[in-house]
Design a protein around this ligand. Structure first.
Ligand code: PEP
Ligand code: MN
Length: 635
């Protein structure tokens, strides 16, 4: 049952409720949510819920109707975020796990780890104990294999996962893996589930080949009842009459599970389809359907693999898949999980957070009210529940906060795919030579029509939003011509405004998140005329991120002498060195009428030294060259 506690329950009442429930033989778990604190009480006990209802400090008692309790959304509304070493799974993330089916040798593991890590995988997989259909097939290297897996993970900074097939291996594997994997064939091996659950470590739980979703969630319940709440569900295809693929991927299991359970769900397209040419399309479909990540088999030489070679991707196929997922992620409003080490030691928020006086440094400044699209950008980029978004009134305030150290980072929009550049921010870079760009992120802009709770569309007379918000929803607003369009300084601010006015004839256009922040109601989602609406943000820091491991993009700014062909000469340097230009924009120089600065974004080639040589040459041909920052491109 779910016992919802009163907001201001006294500590002694709270412990009395717990003691009462435990006295009845129930296991009690406290879940502290944003809105309320609850006790989840489970166990094999017949209890009249009215007896709990009347205890002091209890607001409400709700029975859990599903046979799985701890795994149910009825018990916990918020998504569970599973931590595997430094890597998180769940929430707005897409977390990529990759590696071979089996660990075959140290060299094979090192080579695979290096290439999948470079492409963007953040957890390494590799089987050491293989549950094979035939007793004559390769059974895995056992502990020796676990050693190679762990070494390969350590060398790249990736945590590792491997399948556990027997309760007798649980202890041994604990020293080697960051997440146990329970295979499809063992999903209902209850003794194994109990032994693994008792470790309290993260577990990747595959769906059995003939298991219903309910049986699968009951297996998760076993793990949870025995001591771990760190479970990642993995759909890997079920047995059907179809023989064209190895199994049949149940894509619909993704939204079904997301509704029934708070546990993250990832997909294994490799075992589902069994042939490498079908892995990537099915992987992309899974991400589109809402998967929290993927586990993909990759082998440097699949034709020589000791198991599952035909379904293993070549490294370059995996690289291509990662790029496609990267491109898809803003569409599904998610961010591909990165290894913290992939950002510079200095720019990694995770590292900053480890510093003793971390409090001020956890702040990330953004312009706008709470719930602004910029705040979403902060949360997605830092992928950390620990980052503290700090609202600022103006873009200049964001730059100032980063400069004076009251915020560790700032996030400002640079351009919108429909409305173009936010010139004010380009100009601010010139005025703040000590601020650098250390990252970028793009957010899909999805506007919602928001009213006060209980309001209906029919009651609306006025719609408030930033002029951009109103313009981007013109088609929807045209269909409601009696509504008055009211310009406001900020989208999220317009939601705060209608919340204050508390008038059911007022509506606002902003993100659904903003509605949540102010306790307002979403009346219609996705009302923007053009769904291809993205805003690109720059992440600002006082530290220069140029020591970042493998930055692949740079933003530079320069002016040119007033001579024929001067801009051509500058751009030719980029062309000669094959630096791909992503953007060119000119801005007037303040105080020098009719003179211009040129802002250029370029890709940094992999070969060492090419970019810095180009910059050396450019500094001679141009005036005032400044590298605003080098960083990892997010698309
Ligand atoms: C594996 O991941 O290598 C594996 C054997 O998977 P499954 O249990 O899904 O068949
Ligand atoms: Mn396999």
């Amino acid at each position: 049952m779910v016992v919802i506690l009163e907001r201001n329950i006294r500590d002694d009442d709270k412990s009395r409720v717990r003691t009462y429930l435990e006295g009845k033989g129930l296991k009690v778990r406290e879940i502290v949510g944003v809105e309320e604190t609850i006790f989840g009480a489970v166990g094999h006990v017949a209890l009249d819920i009215r007896e709990v209802q009347i205890l002091p400090g209890v607001e409400k008692v709700i029975p859990i109707t599903k046979p799985y309790k701890l795994a149910s959304r009825e018990l916990q509304k918020a998504d569970t975020i599973v931590s595997v070493g430094p890597v998180k799974i769940g929430g707005h993330r897409i977390t990529m796990i990759a590696g071979p089916c089996s660990v075959e040798s140290r060299e094979q593991m090192f080579e695979t780890a290096d290439c999948v890590c470079r492409s963007g995988a953040v957890i390494l997989r590799g089987g050491a104990f293989k549950p094979r259909t035939s007793p004559y097939s390769f059974q895995g290297l056992g502990e020796e294999g676990l050693k190679y897996l762990k070494e390969a993970g350590e060398r790249t900074g990736m945590p590792v996962t491997s399948e556990v097939v027997s309760p007798t291996h649980v202890e041994l594997m604990r020293d080697y893996v960051d997440m146990y994997q329970i295979g499809a064939r063992n999903m209902q091996n209850f003794e194994l589930l109990k032994a693994v659950g008792a470790q309290g470590m993260p577990v990747l739980l595959k769906r059995g080949i003939a298991a219903t979703i309910e049986e699968w969630l009951m297996a998760a319940e076993y793990l949870m009842a025995h001591g771990t709440d760190q479970i990642v569900l993995c759909e890997r295809g079920i047995r059907t009459f179809e023989t064209a693929t190895r199994f049949t991927l149940d894509v619909s299991a993704i939204p079904v599970v997301r509704k029934l359970s708070h546990l993250p769900i990832i997909v294994d397209p490799s075992h589902a389809v069994g042939f490498r040419d079908k892995v990537s399309p099915v992987a992309l479909g899974s991400v589109a359907a809402g998967a929290d990540g993927l586990i993909v088999e990759v082998h440097p030489q699949p034709e020589k693999a000791l198991s599952d070679g035909p379904q293993a991707l070549y490294p370059d196929q995996f690289e291509r898949l990662m790029r496609d997922i990267q491109a898809l992620s803003p569409v599904v409003e998610r961010e591909v999980t990165r290894l913290p080490e992939l950002r510079t030691a200095r720019t990694s928020l995770a590292d900053v957070l480890r510093e003793p006086d971390a409090d001020a440094s956890r702040e990330v400044a953004f312009q706008g009210e709470r719930g602004a699209y910029s705040e979403q950008a902060v949360k997605r980029y830092f992928q950390s529940e620990d980052a503290v978004p700090r609202a600022k009134q103006s873009f200049r305030d964001v730059f100032d906060a980063v400069l004076d150290g009251s915020a560790a980072y700032g996030v400002v929009p640079l351009e919108n795919s429909l409305a173009g550049s936010i010139h004010e921010n380009y100009d601010l870079f010139l005025q703040y030579p000590d601020i650098h760009i250390v990252g970028e992120i793009q957010i899909r802009i999805m506007h919602s029509l928001i009213g006060i709770p209980g309001a209906t569309m029919e009651q609306i007379k006025r719609v408030f939003s930033h002029p951009q918000g109103l313009a981007q929803c013109a088609k929807f607003l045209d269909a409601h011509s009696s509504w008055q369009r009211m310009s406001f300084y900020d989208t999220a601010g317009s939601v705060a405004h209608i919340a204050r006015e508390n008038d059911s004839s007022n509506a606002a256009i902003a993100s659904s998140e903003a509605a949540g922040v102010y306790g307002m109601q979403v009346l219609r989602e996705g009302i923007e005329t053009n769904p291809q609406n993205y805003t690109r943000f720059a992440v600002l820091s006082r530290e220069n991120g140029s020591s970042e491991r493998e930055p692949d993009k740079a933003s530079i700014v320069f002016s040119t002498p007033d001579t024929p062909g001067a801009l051509y000469d500058c751009l030719k340097i980029l062309s000669d060195r094959k630096l791909n230009m992503k953007k060119l924009e000119s801005r007037p120089i303040h105080g020098k009428p009719w003179q211009y600065m040129f802002y250029v974004d370029v890709e940094i080639p992999r070969e060492q030294g090419v970019f810095s040589a180009a910059m050396d040459e450019l500094s001679q041909k141009s005036d005032d060259l400044r590298v605003l920052g080098t960083y990892r491109a997010m698309t």
